[in-house]
Design a protein. Structure first.
Length: 91
């Protein structure tokens, strides 16, 4: 069963700013790429699914995808509600 994920971001300004400072962190490359893909999806108001995220990030498996998402959540970059499938980017 394909899960739909909704990516949202609360904006304080008229435009979104993608945080490039995460490039300097010790996050895995998968997490960094996933963050940028989620940022673009949120800024465009698009819903994504697991397969789309894997294709756009070149992540091969669901396990690695969700490890990257967990790493972003642990580091305070996203909030992820597994029940609703909503990923909220934290600016």
């Amino acid at each position: 069963m394909e899960r739909r994920l909704k990516v949202v971001r609360e904006l304080n300004k008229h435009y979104a700013v993608i945080r490039t400072d995460i490039l300097e962190t010790s996050l895995s490359m998968e997490s960094k790429v996933l963050y940028f893909v989620l940022s673009i999806a949120a800024d465009q108001g698009r819903d994504v699914n697991d397969d789309m995220l894997k294709e756009l990030t070149s992540i091969k498996t669901d396990e690695i995808l969700y490890q990257a998402l967990d790493e972003l959540a642990i580091n305070g970059l996203v909030k992820y509600n597994k029940l609703t499938g909503i990923i909220e980017l934290i600016d």
